[in-house]
Design a binder for this molecule. Structure first.
Ligand SMILES: Cc1cc2nc3c(=O)[nH]c(=O)nc-3n(C[C@H](O)[C@H](O)[C@H](O)COP(=O)(O)OP(=O)(O)OC[C@H]3O[C@@H](n4cnc5c(N)ncnc54)[C@H](O)[C@@H]3O)c2cc1C
Length: 412
C-alpha cells in the first residue's frame, strides 16, 4: 500500500496528526498495533487543560521529596526496582524544575497550551462531536491551607501572565458549584476556560472517523518493523502486507523511543503510570465536572464516576500495582456517595514524559523524512489537535501557528 505519510501510533496525538495531514491533501495511513485510542488516550481524566500553562514539576522542596520518598502516598509512588534506570532522567527533571528553568519552560510551553480548546473545537465541529467538549471547566479543591494558597497564587499568575480565567471558591462556593461534593475542602479554584469530556476515547474515535471520511486509512501493524526503503519508509501490516510512504511520523506515546533508538535518536523518555476505576453513585447524586483533589481526580464519565490516580514511577512494562487506587478509594467515598466499583480490575495508562516537561514535535535528527511527536506527559489529550496542526504545518511547509523551536527533537 502506498501513502504520502504513515503515522505510527493512533493515540490522541497520532490521530490528530493524521487528520491534519489528510486535511492538507496528504494521503495518510494511520497504523497501530491495537485499535485507535486504547492506551493513555483511552482512560485519562478527559480534561482539556487550558490552564495547563504550568506543567507538573519535580518537587524541589526537601520536605516534599521526603514525603514522596516514604512511598505511602496517594499522589505519587514508585517501584524501587525502577529507580536505578530512572535516576538520570529524574535528576534532569529535578534540574529543569528549578525556578529559573521552569519560568523559561513555562513561557515556551504557554503558546502551545493557549490554542488547545480552540483546536479541539475545530476538529470536533468537523467530526460532529462538538457537544462532547463541555465548557464547564474543572475544580481544583484543597483540604490543606498551604496547597490552597499555592493554587490561588498560581491562578493569579495564570490570569495576569497568560490570560487564563478562573473563579476562586470558598466552601459555600464549592457547595453551590458541586452540591454533592462533601469533604473538608477549604476552598477551590474553578478553572473556567478548560473543557471536560466524558468519554475521551469516543472523542478520539470521532476524529478517526473524520480522518477516514476524508480518505485516510487506518491499519493494524507493528511500528517496530519500520525500515528504510529507498528515500522513504516501509512498515509491515498485520495482514501480511506493508505500507510504503515518503515520510513517517513516530507518535507512539511512551513506546516512541523504542522505534527512534533504532534510527539513532534516544530521547530520555520516562513514564508516569496512572490508573482508573469507575463507580456508581447513590440515588440522584452527580458531579457536573472533574474535580482534582489533593491527591487524585474525580471525573463524571459515561461509564460512571471515574477515579484516576497521580504518578507511579515504574518500568512501562512492569505488571500493574494499583496501590494508589486502593488508597484513594476510601477518601473518594468520603467525598461522594460512591457505591460499587463497575469494573473488577482497574485500567492502567502511561503518561509519556520528558525531563524538561515539554514534548518533542518536529523532525528526527539525521533521518530525512522521519518526524516525531511524543512526550506530552499530563497534557496529551489536551494538546493532540494543536500538536497535529503544528506538525502538519511543519511537514507541508506552512507557517507554523506557534514557534516550534522549544519542541525540537535535537535538544536531547
Ligand atoms: C490516569 C491518567 C489521566 C490523564 N488525564 C489527562 C487529562 O485529563 N488531560 C490530558 O490532557 N491528559 C491526560 N493524561 C495524559 C494523556 O492521556 C496522554 O498524554 C496522552 O493520551 C498521550 O497520547 P499519545 O497519543 O502520545 O499516546 P497513547 O494514547 O498512549 O498512544 C500511543 C499509541 O501507540 C501505539 N503503539 C505503541 N507501540 C506500538 C507499536 N510497536 N506498533 C504499533 N502501535 C504501537 C499504542 O497502541 C497506542 O495506541 C492522563 C493520563 C493518565 C494515565
Amino acid at each position: 500500500m502506498q501513502a504520502d505519510v504513515v503515522v505510527l501510533g493512533a493515540g490522541m496525538i497520532g490521530v490528530s496528526i493524521a487528520l491534519h495531514l489528510q486535511k492538507r491533501g496528504r494521503h495518510v495511513v494511520l497504523l497501530d498495533r491495537r485499535q485507535p485510542a486504547e492506551e493513555a488516550s483511552y482512560g485519562n481524566g478527559g480534561v482539556v487543560h487550558r490552564e495547563g500553562v504550568f506543567p507538573y514539576t519535580f518537587p524541589r522542596d526537601l520536605s516534599e521529596v521526603l514525603r514522596i520518598a516514604n512511598n505511602r502516598q496517594v499522589d505519587a509512588v514508585y517501584h524501587l526496582t525502577a529507580l536505578p534506570g530512572l535516576a538520570g532522567r529524574l535528576f534532569r527533571y529535578w534540574w529543569h524544575s528549578s525556578p529559573s528553568r521552569y519560568a523559561a519552560i513555562t513561557r515556551e510551553y504557554a503558546p502551545l497550551i493557549a490554542g488547545c480548546v480552540q483546536e479541539h473545537r475545530v476538529l470536533a465541529r468537523e467530526a460532529g462531536s462538538a457537544d462532547m467538549l463541555r465548557p464547564v471547566g474543572y475544580l481544583r479543591a484543597h483540604t490543606k491551607a498551604r496547597q490552597l494558597e499555592l493554587e490561588l497564587a498560581k491562578a493569579a499568575k495564570a490570569k495576569s501572565e497568560f490570560g487564563v480565567n478562573y473563579t476562586a471558591l470558598d466552601r459555600a462556593g464549592i457547595r453551590q458549584t458541586e452540591p454533592h461534593l462533601e469533604g473538608p475542602f477549604l476552598g477551590a479554584v474553578h478553572w473556567v476556560d478548560s473543557n471536560a469530556v466524558n468519554d475521551p476515547q469516543a472523542l478520539a474515535l470521532s476524529y478517526v472517523a473524520l480522518f477516514q471520511r476524508l480518505g485516510g486509512m487506518f491499519v493494524t501493524g507493528d511500528a517496530g518493523t519500520l525500515a528504510r526503503q529507498g528515500a522513504g519508509w516501509r512498515v509491515a501490516t498485520a495482514d501480511g502486507g506493508s505500507v510504503e510512504a515518503a515520510e513517517a511520523v513516530v507518535a507512539l506515546g511512551i513506546w516512541s523511543d523504542r522505534v527512534t533508538r533504532r534510527f539513532g535518536y534516544a530521547p530520555p523518555l520516562f513514564g508516569k503510570r496512572g490508573y482508573h476505576l469507575h463507580y456508581r453513585m447513590n440515588g440522584n447524586a452527580f458531579l457536573s465536572r472533574p474535580v482534582v483533589t489533593d491527591s487524585f481526580l474525580l471525573a463524571p464519565m459515561r461509564a460512571g464516576l471515574r477515579v484516576t490516580t497521580g504518578a507511579e514511577f515504574a518500568r512501562p512494562d512492569a505488571p500493574p500495582t494499583p496501590v494508589q487506587l486502593r488508597r484513594a478509594e476510601p477518601i473518594a467515598r468520603s467525598y461522594l456517595p460512591l457505591t460499587e466499583a463497575i469494573e473488577a480490575e482497574p485500567w492502567m495508562g502511561i503518561r509519556p514524559c520528558l525531563p524538561d516537561m515539554t514534548p518533542v514535535i518536529g523532525p528526527v535528527p539525521a533521518q530525512p523524512g522521519l518526524w516525531a511527536a511524543f512526550g506530552h506527559a499530563h497534557h496529551g489529550f489536551t494538546l493532540g489537535p494543536i500538536t497535529g496542526r503544528l506538525l502538519a504545518e511543519m511537514m507541508t511547509g506552512d507557517t507554523p501557528l506557534v514557534d516550534p523551536t522549544p519542541f525540537r527533537a535535537d535538544r536531547f
